[in-house]
Design a protein around this ligand. Structure first.
Ligand code: KIV
Length: 273
C-alpha cells in the first residue's frame, strides 16, 4: 500500500489538509488540553489536535462550555503546543471573545496565536460572525468554522439534540457553510447534523469538512478524547464510539495501589534506597 499524504509530510498544515481532502484521504482529529496527552496523540500521528472549549466540561467540570476564559484556553493551548511536532493545532476561541465585535475578535485571536504558538483558531457560527472572520483572516490567522450543534449557543437552543432537521435550519446551515468557505475558512466542523445534510454540505464545498455526529460522508472525523477513551463515563450519545474503557482501568489501578499501600506491600525491597 502506498504511503498516505499525512505519512509523507512532516508538519501538518492547512495546505496539507486541503491536499488530503482533494485526494480523498480522511482527516483524523481529536481534542487535547494538556502536554502529556498531546504528546501521546502526536506520537500516534493524529492529523489535527483541537484544543476545544470542551475543556470547560472535561477538564474543569462546568456544565456548559460558556465559562472558560481566553486566559484558560491560552494555558491549555500552550501546554499542547509544547508537546506537538507533527499535528496541526487548532484552538477554540471561547464564548464572548469574538461575537458581536470584530476588533475584539481579532485581539483575542492574536493573543491565542502569539501566547500559545498554535497554528489556527476555530469559531462557532455563520453569517453572524462573518465580520470577525474577515478581520481575523486579514491578520493571516487561519480560521476553522463550526456549524450545526454549536455548544456556545446552548442557551439559545435549549438542548444538545441533533440540529438542522427541518428545511429552514438545513437551508441556513448550507448557506452558512458556503459563506464560511467564501470568506476564507480553511475547514469546517459539522456537529450533530443528519448524515445526508453533511454529505450535501461536503459535496457543495471544496474545503475539508470534519464531522462529529455528522455521519461518514465528510472529509474527516473529530471526537473528544476523554469521551472516546471512556474517561468521561456518563456521556454516551449515539455517535460516540468508545475505543477504550480507561475510566474503569484507572479506577481499578488506583484501587490496586490503595490496597498495596494499606497492606504494606508497596514499596517492596527493590523499590527503596
Ligand atoms: O470543543 C470541542 O471539543 C469541539 C468539538 C466537539 C468539535 O468543538
Amino acid at each position: 500500500m502506498s504511503a498516505t499524504i499525512s505519512q509523507t509530510v512532516g508538519k501538518i498544515t492547512t495546505h496539507v489538509l486541503q491536499r488530503m481532502r482533494d485526494s480523498n484521504e480522511k482527516i483524523a482529529m481529536l481534542t487535547a488540553y494538556d502536554y502529556s496527552m498531546a504528546k501521546l496523540l502526536d506520537a500516534a500521528k493524529i492529523d489535527v489536535i483541537l484544543v476545544g472549549d470542551s475543556a470547560a466540561n472535561v477538564m474543569a467540570g462546568y456544565k456548559t462550555t460558556l465559562p472558560i476564559t481566553l486566559d484558560e484556553m491560552i494555558y491549555h493551548a500552550s501546554s499542547v503546543v509544547r508537546a506537538v511536532e507533527k499535528a496541526l493545532v487548532v484552538v477554540d476561541m471561547p464564548f464572548g471573545t469574538y461575537q458581536g465585535n470584530s476588533k475584539e475578535a481579532l485581539h483575542s485571536a492574536i493573543r491565542i496565536m502569539k501566547e500559545s504558538g498554535a497554528d489556527a483558531i476555530k469559531l462557532e457560527g455563520g453569517v453572524e460572525i462573518a465580520e470577525s472572520i474577515d478581520r481575523i483572516l486579514s491578520a493571516g490567522i487561519p480560521v476553522m468554522g463550526h456549524l450545526g450543534l454549536m455548544p456556545q449557543s446552548i442557551n439559545k437552543f435549549g438542548t444538545y439534540c441533533v440540529r438542522a432537521t427541518d428545511k429552514e435550519e438545513s437551508e441556513k446551515l448550507l448557506a452558512d457553510a458556503k459563506l464560511l468557505q467564501e470568506h476564507g475558512c480553511f475547514a469546517l466542523v459539522l456537529e450533530k447534523i443528519p448524515a445526508e445534510l453533511a454529505q450535501q454540505v461536503t459535496d457543495s464545498l471544496t474545503i475539508p469538512t470534519i464531522g462529529i455526529g455528522a455521519g461518514p460522508h465528510v472529509n474527516g472525523q473529530v471526537l473528544v478524547f476523554h469521551d472516546m477513551m471512556g474517561i468521561t463515563q456518563q456521556f454516551s450519545p449515539r455517535f460516540l464510539r468508545r475505543y477504550h474503557n480507561l475510566g474503569e482501568e484507572i479506577i481499578g489501578a488506583v484501587g490496586h495501589y490503595i490496597n498495596d499501600v494499606k497492606a504494606g506491600d508497596f514499596p517492596n525491597e527493590k523499590e527503596q534506597y
